[in-house]
Design a binder for this molecule. Structure first.
Ligand SMILES: [Zn+2]
Length: 421
């Protein structure tokens, strides 16, 4: 759509990202922003491309807050680090397309194996040269020696898929280096992960002065900080030091829950329950393997934590580590129904996590369908505020729009140009 063009959605419902339900309304997009939402129906607006929204509901475009666009389809333990940078860039490009095809108009990166693989794709997307969501490019994960993603071993030279940093000075240099190269998000691994024998998810690997330095530098440079934090202590460090997005948070104790509640106006959590769901249902792992990775234990802890956090009013985002082979990129919207089924959110609460809250975390004014907001929106068949699973079925997304541009339009749209007569 060229600047100045208008698109009118008529006859459907609109859910603005915050309200308790969708309402019958027409919606006008002009110059890339939502120009008007009118419950009485918009009358003549001059020349506009008209889209019949009847039987459908417009919602803000979804925002994936735990994006792993640069992950290959992993077939062995060191596949991510062994993938050459050139292939990693192409993988990131293809996954960016998968995400917008699935209704995601925003993605917050959660660790890119190579410093520039998300940056270059973000730049191409922003220039309109390739398809993809608004992408906040992440650093490689910053991890301590022996921490999650430090897959190095003494006897071999491996280019690991992380920046291994020990001490505040090395952290400071890593954040500055990534800033220079163009990242938007600093990703820290503060705890381990049960996917690996050690350090497991109960072990805290990044020291408090390291987390504090990362947050201080990021604040000065205007970068968002997201952290992989499964252990209770890692969550506490994240909260104390000023991390904005806390991924997982499985093993919170009472003190960690209290701290998250106390910081609820400045933090977000991604339960990432999709990771456990995928492991159990789609990984093909035997019960013995799942038990060895303490998967059910981890999932129970994750659910208990996030039920408690939900009751305490802590804001959630969606993102469940999609990009792993048993849960490839493109299925990310399944996380919306997971928040309903596992954590007990209502469909509207889960959609807020996928839209409004994601927009707040990104800080670009997206995630809402209100006058003046960027026109990032989906026209879904039916009403996802009643049935959260709708958004996970790309066939039910009739329209996908980002910044007023139609990424996906209904068949025969051009024949429906209205208003000139
Ligand atoms: Zn992750």
């Amino acid at each position: 759509m060229a600047t100045g063009e208008r698109i009118m959605f008529r006859g459907g419902k609109v859910w603005d990202g915050r309200a308790d339900s969708a309402v019958e309304a027409d919606l006008l997009v002009e110059d890339g922003v939502v120009r008007a939402v009118d419950r009485g129906g918009l009358s003549a607006v001059g020349e506009a491309l008209e889209i019949d929204a009847s039987g459908g509901t417009m919602i803000p475009g979804m925002i994936e807050a735990h994006g792993h666009l640069s992950f290959p389809v992993v077939t062995y333990a060191y596949h991510i680090e062994d993938t050459p940078p050139e292939e990693t860039v192409l993988i990131t490009m293809h996954n960016a397309k998968r995400l917008i095809d699935a209704g995601f108009t925003g993605v917050i990166g959660a660790g890119s194996p190579r410093i520039r693989s998300e940056i270059v794709i973000r730049n191409e997307i922003d220039a309109g040269l390739i398809a993809g969501p608004r992408l906040m490019a992440s650093t490689p994960t910053l991890t301590a020696t022996g921490g999650l993603n430090d897959s190095g071993q003494l006897h071999q030279q491996r280019l690991v898929a992380a920046l291994v940093c020990d001490g505040p000075d090395e952290i400071r240099r890593a954040v500055r280096l990534c800033y220079r190269e163009g990242v938007d998000v600093v990703k820290l691994n503060i705890s381990g992960d049960d996917f690996f024998p050690r350090p497991d998810g109960r072990v805290t690997t990044m020291a408090e002065d390291e987390v504090a330095m990362a947050c201080a530098m990021a604040r000065e440079l205007g970068l968002l900080v997201a952290a992989h934090a499964r252990s209770a202590e890692s969550v506490k460090r994240a909260v104390r030091c000023g991390v904005t997005i806390i991924h997982h948070a499985d093993f919170c104790d009472e003190e960690a829950l209290d701290m998250l509640e106390g910081a609820k106006d400045r933090i977000f959590v991604t339960p990432s329950i999709g990771y456990y769901h995928g492991l159990i249902h789609y990984s093909g792992m035997s019960d013995e393997m799942l038990a060895g990775m303490k998967v059910r234990e981890g999932m129970d802890a994750n659910i208990a934590t996030h039920k408690a956090l939900h009751e305490r009013g802590v804001r959630m985002l969606i993102g469940g580590d999609y990009g792993l082979p048993f849960m490839p990129n493109g299925l990310n919207a399944q996380d919306v129904a997971h928040l309903v089924d596992y954590i007990g959110l209502t469909p509207v609460e889960a959609l807020r996590a996928a839209t409004w809250h994601g927009g707040l975390a990104m800080g670009k004014g997206t995630g809402l369908l209100v006058e003046g907001a960027p026109a990032d929106l989906l026209l879904c068949n039916g009403d996802p505020t009643q049935d959260a699973a709708i958004v996970a079925d790309a066939a039910k997304l009739r329209v996908i729009m980002k910044g007023g541009r139609l990424h996906k339009a209904p068949d025969g749209l051009r024949a429906a140009v209205a208003g000139a007569a």
